[in-house]
Design a protein around this ligand. Sequence first.
Ligand code: RIB
Length: 327
Amino acid sequence: MTTIKEVAKLAGVSVATVSRALNNSGYVSEEARKKVESAVKELNFYPNEVARSLYQKKSKLIGLLLPDIANPFFPLIAKGVEDGVNQRGYSLLLGNVEDDLEKEKDYLKIFAQNNIAGVISAVQGDIKDLQNMPFVLLDRVESDQNFSVHSDDYTGGMMAAEAIVSRDPKEIVIMVGPKEVPSSAVRLAGNQKVLKDHQLDYQIFQTSSFKLELAEQTAEQFFDTYPNVDSVIASNDVYAMAVMKEALKRGHRIPEDVQIIGYDDMPFSRMMYPGLATIAQPAYEIGYRGAKLLCDILEKGFVEVSRIQLPVTLKIRESVRKKDEHE
Ligand code: RIB
């Protein structure tokens, strides 16, 4: 197989010049470029991507780790990341970790074998495995973590509680997301701040997962635990939808008997009826800005802003009661 050294010898230029010419990276004189193109054609040289990456000590691949692509939140993140890296000439290798840390380690090995340029991870947990490569964290990040993009969970928690407080709640239950996900505690703190300010009592139901396949059984346990609930602040839209289904199965009217607000604003939340009131996270934008941040790190070696927090918005729909006749 023809090598880059043979091309350089025939063209009468350095290997670095051939590499710059092939990758359009850095200055190459018109004369040198023509010599390289002629040598490439004569030697029928098609740079092997892995060989190119080994020579350059980086590939044009970026690894993306997601906790669970079955949850509709994460494909939106992935689309944002894909568009962001593609615009900068990179391709994506996706690792669906499914909350399995062994799977995460396996994917990191695969990424390393493919000589990836960097990693973008939405998987919560210890980042020591990422330390030996450029990385950016998304969504499930501690508030003080650098090279991260997430949305404002505290304000989101406050907004969700305000939406319930202003709609005549009687028995409030907060369905809290899994403890290992940093945003769960932050959203809860926002909920509790508002409920305390309004001197309202509430109960807490701790969930152990955001997994879609556990949502329905969790909703059954929820109503078995709190049969008199009339206002639910749910941990995410998938679990809010399961709560809506279980409430209807038990003969409750929505929102008259049980009002519910979710978190994320997935496409189905506005398509179903009654529509799910929720807190909209900019999932696509989180992915896109994370891709931009990593590419800036790779290409410039520095970034002005290394920790990005994006705003969330309240979406009022039929799953909560009307605040007054004007709404
Ligand atoms: O629905 C999945 C949840 O986990 C979302 O709230 C998102 O923030 C992710 O962390």
